[in-house]
Design a protein around this ligand. Structure first.
Ligand SMILES: [Fe+2]
Ligand SMILES: [Fe+2]
Length: 488
C-alpha cells in the first residue's frame, strides 16, 4: 500500500513484508519496498547517476580492478553482511533501514509516550530537514578528504579498509538522501543535489562543518580521523537513533552498525602504529625513530591532539537552546536515552559546566536541557579514553614508560566556551605569546607532517606492511593477512 504523497510532507511507502532481507534485483537495492512508490523510485533513480558521477570525480583516486568488500544483505542481527571481490564503481549502494517496531514510542521530551512518527510533523519539518542535511553533508565529505590516500597505503589490507570506509560513507549519503526524497518533497530533493555540490575544502561551496574541510594528508591522520571524527559521527547517529521520527531512527540504527568498522580501523590503525614505534624505540634505544622509519610518539601525540580538538568542535557550543529544543520536541535524544534513569524531559535538572573567566577555568551550574551538546560530548570523551588506554597498554606491554593522553577539553578549540582562549594541552589558560611559544610542541608542525609524509610509501605486495606500522593480528572476515584484498 502506498500512502498519498504531497510535496509538503511526502510520505514514504509503508514497509510491507519481511524487512530484514534486502532486495538486490532492483536498480537501487533497498528494504523499503521502493518499487511500490514509482514516484520516489524515479526521483532516486534520477539522483543515482549524479552520485556515481560524484564518486568517479571525487571518490578514491587510485584505479583498481576489484576490492574485497562487505555489502549489507540484510539488516537483521546475524549474518547481515556478505564479503566478495567487487569492482568499486559497481558497489551496490542502497537504502537499508533497521526493522520497524510498530509499537515503538517516543522515549523523551514533550511527546514522550506517543507512538513514534511515521511522517514528518509540519511544525518540525524545517528542523528535521536541517538535522538530516548536516548529518548527510559529513558522509561524502570524508570520502573527498580521503581521496588521495590510496596512493600511499601501507598495505593491501589497509587499502581495503580505506575503501570499505569510503563505500560505506557513500552509502550513508544514500541513507540521508532517501529521507530527504521520501519525506521532504521538492526542498528535500534540492538539498539532495546540494549534498553533491558542496565539496570538502571548496572555497566557494565548502562542506558545512569545519573538520570536514581539512584534508586528510597521510595515513596517521586517517587513523586519527576514523578514531576521533568517525566517533563523533557515531555519537551524532546515536542521538538521531532515538528520534521520534521513526524512519530517521531506523536509518541511523543501521548506519551505526556499519560505523563500528570505521571505529575499528581507527583504533587498530593507531595501535599498530604505536606498536611499531615502540618496537623501533627499543631496538634503537631512542625516542626519535624517524631516522629508523617509524613515527615518534611525540608526533603521534600531536596528531592525536589536533584530531581530538577539531572533533570536539563538532559537538557545537556547550550551551545551546537549539539542542534543548530538539530534545523537547523529540527530534534528537541523548546517547543511550532509553537506558538513562531519569524523567526523560529534563525540565528540572541542572549540571556543572566549565568556562573561562578572567583567565581561569571555573565551573557554573546550568540547566541540563541547555547543555545537551556537552552531555553528548562527555559521553564521547569517555569513549575516546578507551582507545587511549588500549594504545597505552601496547606501550606498557613493550616495557616503555611513555604514555599518550587526551588533551584538555579546552585545548585548541574554535567552538564554544573555549573559543578564542589559549588553553594548553594539560588545561592551563595561557596568553597568546605563551601559547605561540608552545604550539609546536602540541600540534603537528609542517615539518612533522613532511616527516610523516616521507614515510608514506605504498606497500602493495601481498602480506607486506610499510615499515612504520605493525601487521594486524588477523585479516578481514577470517581471510589471511597475506591476501590480495585489492587487485589492480
Ligand atoms: Fe558515516
Ligand atoms: Fe564513518
Amino acid at each position: 500500500m502506498t500512502a498519498p504523497t504531497t510535496t509538503q510532507t511526502g510520505d514514504a511507502p509503508d514497509p510491507t513484508g519481511p524487512l530484514s532481507q534486502i532486495d538486490y534485483s532492483q536498480r537501487i537495492p533497498n528494504n523499503v519496498d521502493l518499487n511500490n512508490d514509482r514516484r520516489l523510485q524515479r526521483a532516486l533513480e534520477s539522483w543515482q547517476p549524479k552520485f556515481l558521477e560524484w564518486w568517479k570525480e571525487l571518490g578514491p583516486a587510485i584505479p583498481t580492478q576489484d576490492v574485497y568488500l562487505r555489502t549489507a544483505i540484510s539488516v537483521g542481527r546475524d549474518g547481515w553482511a556478505h564479503f566478495d571481490r567487487v569492482p568499486m564503481e559497481e558497489y551496490r549502494w542502497g537504502i537499508f533501514l533497521a526493522e520497524r517496531d510498530p509499537e515503538r514510542r517516543v522515549a523523551f521530551g514533550k511527546h514522550k509516550g506517543e507512538l513514534a512518527w511515521q511522517t514528518v510533523p509540519g511544525e518540525y519539518r524545517a528542523e528535521l530537514q536541517r538535522l538530516i542535511v548536516v548529518q548527510g553533508d559529513t558522509e561524502p565529505a570524508s570520502v573527498e578528504q580521503q581521496r588521495v590516500l590510496g596512493a600511499t597505503a601501507p598495505s593491501l589490507y589497509d587499502l581495503r579498509n580505506l575503501f570499505q570506509v569510503n563505500v560505506e560513507e557513500g552509502r550513508h549519503l544514500w541513507a540521508m538522501v532517501y529521507l530527504l526524497h521520501a519525506y521532504f518533497g521538492r526542498e528535500g530533493r534540492e538539498e539532495a543535489e546540494q549534498l553533491l555540490e558542496r565539496n570538502s575544502g571548496d572555497l566557494d561551496a565548502p562542506r558545512i562543518l569545519g573538520a570536514f574541510n581539512e584534508q586528510t594528508t597521510d595515513w596517521l591522520q586517517f587513523f586519527m580521523f576514523t578514531y576521533f571524527t568517525d566517533r563523533d559521527g557515531k555519537y551524532q547517529l546515536g542521538t538521531l537513533k532515538e528520534s521520534a521520527f521513526d524512519p530517521l531512527a531506523r536509518t541511523c540504527e543501521f548506519m551505526l552498525k556499519e560505523e563500528a568498522h570505521h571505529m575499528f580501523v581507527g583504533t587498530t590503525g593507531v595501535q599498530r602504529t604505536v606498536e611499531r614505534t615502540a618496537e623501533l624505540m627499543k631496538e634503537h634505544g631512542t625516542d626519535d625513530v624517524f631516522p629508523y622509519g617509524g613515527i615518534p610518539l611525540t608526533v603521534i601525540q600531536k596528531y592525536l591532539n589536533f584530531q581530538f580538538a577539531v572533533s570536539m568542535d563538532l559537538f557545537g557550543s556547550e550551551q545551546s537552546t537549539n539542542a534543548g529544543n530538539y530534545y523537547t520536541s523529540g527530534l534528537k535524544g541523548r546517547w543511550g536515552e532509553t537506558r538513562r534513569k531519569d524523567d526523560h524531559t529534563l525540565l528540572e535538572q541542572t549540571r556543572e559546566m566549565n568556562l573561562v573567566e578572567d583567565g581561569r577555568i571555573v565551573q557554573k551550574t546550568v540547566p541540563l536541557l541547555k547543555a545537551l551538546n556537552l552531555d553528548l560530548r562527555d559521553e564521547y570523551v569517555a569513549d575516546c579514553e578507551n582507545g587511549v588506554r588500549r594504545w597505552n597498554q601496547a606501550l606498557e606491554d613493550a616495557g616503555l614508560e611513555q604514555r599518550l593522553t587526551l588533551p584538555h577539553e579546552g585545548f585548541f578549540r574554535k567552538v564554544g566556551v573555549y573559543a578564542g582562549q589559549h588553553v594548553s594541552q594539560t588545561g592551563e589558560v595561557l596568553d597568546a605569546a605563551d601559547w605561540q611559544a608552545k604550539e609546536a610542541d602540541w600540534l603537528p608542525t609542517p615539518e612533522d607532517r613532511a616527516d610523516v609524509a616521507a614515510l608514506m610509501v605504498a606497500e602493495y605486495d601481498e602480506g607486506a606492511f610499510a615499515g612504520w606500522i605493525a601487521a594486524p593480528p588477523q585479516g578481514i572476515n577470517e581471510m589471511p593477512v597475506e591476501y590480495d584484498y585489492v587487485r589492480f
